[in-house]
Design a protein around this ligand. Structure first.
Ligand code: MG
Length: 395
């Protein structure tokens, strides 16, 4: 299967040693010779992981954000044709190199400058970092228009909706529906949730993920952020985006049309599927994912999310409707609260309390450009810290 007629597709992976980055590299590694040409692999500080990937894929550039690891990376890649660099400017330079397809998988706000550089030079940008669209939607989407870049969502729910969405007539889209596994607290009482520890919160029933996103799944802030992400990506207002709890995590997203048709994307819960979809788009490629076995699964269940035990969805809708910097503030306050919870300095149910209080204190200030967004992010972090401190006395 040829993805690009005539020449290999030129690929850059931003965040190649994280979880999504590793899956992307594994798919590139398994592809046929000549299918892909690896322009740049960019990582944070894991020089060993990056050097191994660069050797394996014969990457033209290997770049670390942390300049302190430069010498080790340089030595590990001695004798190869890979060019080595390190530091924040080198990361932006790597993201600016001509490429047809870029994976944006650097975690958190740290990935924003490189993502903007990749958008500015055009091509396809696969976005795995949801904070990019939650916090910086206006500048990111404006840069995509300027650079002529195409954004493809990699988050499994949004990738599912992208696959099921027919945008030729936006007025025919009645609703888009994101599914949520419900996380480890799905069947807990309020009292049980009050006693949830970091160990319980990170034990996700279906997906294996990092600590932050696992806690977000337990509080359902992950789905709240995804609701905001969906409103940024798709031509559908917040009022027509629904969330459905679906413990089997097999139906990843659905689109309901005005004629009553509902199109859904199903699959074994495995991030390699949405990554492969984005990597091969508009074609498809093999991803070595276990095929979905609906007979073995037997049943698919769906429930309405409980707004009392999971206030995160309401807070995300409020932030989206308020607009401006409110989603940035929600995201930053949640990051601070989750960090304190993981350090056992904040109780599980106080994560949402801290976010709600931060939102009510800071409101929805104007957020049209990156400096304004970064200022709201910083203000929300310090405000959330103060609020959490007053709650932490209760732990
Ligand atoms: Mg998701």
């Amino acid at each position: 299967m040829a993805l690009n007629a005539g020449r290999p597709r030129r690929i850059t992976v931003l965040g190649s040693t994280g979880s999504v980055g590793k899956s992307t590299v594994a798919l590139l590694d398994a592809a046929a010779e000549g299918e892909f040409d690896i322009v740049a692999l960019v990582a944070g500080r894991d020089w060993q992981g990056l050097a191994a990937q660069a050797r394996r894929l014969r990457a033209r550039h290997a770049v670390l954000a942390d300049p302190a690891q430069y010498a080790k990376l340089k030595e590990a890649l001695a004798g190869t044709d890979t060019q080595v660099a390190a530091g924040p400017e080198a990361v932006i330079a790597a993201a600016s190199l001509p490429a047809d397809w870029t994976m944006a998988a650097i975690v958190g706000a740290a990935g924003l400058p490189a993502t903007m550089a990749a958008l500015a030079r055009g091509g396809v940008l696969a976005i795995a970092n949801k904070e990019t669209l939650v916090c910086a939607a206006e500048p990111v989407l404006a840069m995509a228009r300027t650079g002529g870049a195409t954004i493809l969502p990699v988050d499994s729910e949004h990738n599912a909706i992208f696959q099921a969405l027919d945008t030729r007539d936006p007025s025919a889209i009645a609703k888009i529906i994101l599914t949520a596994s419900g996380g480890p607290c799905r069947n807990m009482s309020m009292q049980e949730m009050a006693a949830v520890t970091p160990e319980v919160a990170v034990r996700h029933p279906v997906w294996s993920m990092g600590a932050k996103i696992s806690v977000d799944s337990a509080t359902m802030f992950n789905k709240g952020l995804e609701l905001i992400e969906a409103a940024r990506l798709f031509p559908v207002p917040e009022s027509r985006i629904d969330v459905l709890v679906h413990p089997q995590s097999t139906v990843h997203g659905l689109v309901q049309y005005t004629d009553g048709s509902v199109l859904a994307q199903l699959g074994t819960p495995d991030m390699r599927t949405p990554i492969a979809h984005a990597l091969a788009w508009p074609a498809r490629m093999a991803a070595a994912v276990p095929p979905l076995d609906l007979i073995a699964l037997g049943k698919l269940e769906f429930f309405a999310p409980d707004p009392v035990r999971f206030p995160a969805l309401r807070l995300a809708r409020d932030a989206l409707r308020a607009g401006g910097g409110a989603p940035t503030i929600l995201n930053a306050a949640n990051e601070i609260a989750v960090g304190l919870f993981l350090e056992k300095r904040l109780r599980f149910l106080d994560i949402a309390t801290v976010v709600e209080e931060t939102l009510s204190r800071l409101g929805a200030p104007e957020a049209a450009d990156l400096p304004a967004i970064l200022a709201h992010d910083a203000a929300a972090r310090s405000q959330a810290g103060l609020i959490a401190e007053s709650r932490a006395a209760l732990v």
